[in-house]
Design a binder for this molecule. Structure first.
Ligand SMILES: *[C@@H]1O[C@H](CO)[C@@H](O)[C@H](O)[C@H]1NC(C)=O
Ligand SMILES: *[C@@H]1O[C@H](CO)[C@@H](O)[C@H](O)[C@H]1NC(C)=O
Ligand SMILES: *[C@@H]1O[C@H](CO)[C@@H](O)[C@H](O)[C@H]1NC(C)=O
Ligand SMILES: *[C@@H]1O[C@H](CO)[C@@H](O)[C@H](O)[C@H]1NC(C)=O
Ligand SMILES: *[C@@H]1O[C@H](CO)[C@@H](O)[C@H](O)[C@H]1NC(C)=O
Ligand SMILES: *[C@@H]1O[C@H](CO)[C@@H](O)[C@H](O)[C@H]1NC(C)=O
Length: 178
């Protein structure tokens, strides 16, 4: 059906059809990138910040990264359990990072507890995040598969891309008509 349309139409409408196919291709591209959640955003990993507020503003999925940015040698990061988080103790810590730019992969669905191990935990340098499982993959790989990260930005991104492609198509169509 599509091929007969191309064959029987003028070159300008087959160009338009091609552009529309490109447009459909780009708008149905899957969104598969993992997110890097920078702790504290541009304020980084420092004392005196309420990281509960930061964490409440994010949704974390298995496969995402959390990253801590801080002055190397001044602070650090320990992965602890709930007792360690509540009491600000690194006893029995599961992991520690000291590079100043630490990327940690969430490879499990669970609640993660991170604290600073040099005393600043009591000044707010603690963060707890719940990591959600990835939604089950769709039955067919040809289907549109998007991860329901945060719905609003994704819809905005989708609409933005769509209107960009649409105006691209209309501009070219305008040129063809002139
Ligand atoms: C941080 O913010 C949360 C949520 O509003 C609040 O429950 C908590 O008491 C605050 N923590 C500190 C140390 O202020
Ligand atoms: C929450 O996220 C929004 C949008 O990214 C941002 O404008 C706002 O400052 C954030 N609030 C906090 C407390 O991080
Ligand atoms: C944690 O601190 C509380 C009091 O702040 C104490 O009662 C409890 O025994 C502590 N737990 C551990 C495992 O140290
Ligand atoms: C956390 O780890 C400490 C040290 O290994 C242990 O004593 C404590 O019971 C653990 N707390 C939880 C909630 O698992
Ligand atoms: C930090 O982790 C390393 C292994 O990565 C371990 O050898 C070291 O004892 C840990 N440090 C502390 C203070 O727990
Ligand atoms: C999961 O991540 C933790 C912390 O980064 C790491 O210690 C552990 O080896 C990882 N497990 C797997 C199966 O990759």
């Amino acid at each position: 059906m599509a091929s007969s349309l191309v064959l029987s139409s003028s070159s300008s409408s087959s160009l338009l059809l091609l552009l529309l196919l490109c447009f459909l291709f780009f708008t149905t591209l899957p969104q598969v990138s993992a997110t890097d959640h920078i702790v504290g955003a541009n304020r980084g990993w420092n004392p005196g910040i309420n990281y509960t507020l930061w964490a409440n503003n994010h949704t974390f999925y298995v496969g995402d990264y959390i990253s801590f940015r801080y002055q190397k040698n001044q602070y650090n990061v320990f992965l602890v359990n709930q007792t360690g988080y509540d009491n600000c103790t690194t006893e029995g810590a599961v992991g520690n990072w000291t590079s100043g730019k630490d990327f940690i992969l969430f490879n499990k669905t669970m609640r993660y507890y991170f604290i600073c191990g040099n005393g600043q935990c009591n000044n707010g340098m603690k963060v707890s995040v719940f990591v959600h499982p990835l939604p089950s993959p769709p039955p067919s790989s040809s289907e549109h598969h998007s991860t329901p990260k945060s719905a609003a930005p994704m819809i905005l991104e989708y609409l933005g891309l769509k209107s960009l492609m649409l105006s691209f198509v209309f501009v070219l169509f305008g040129f063809v008509l002139v």
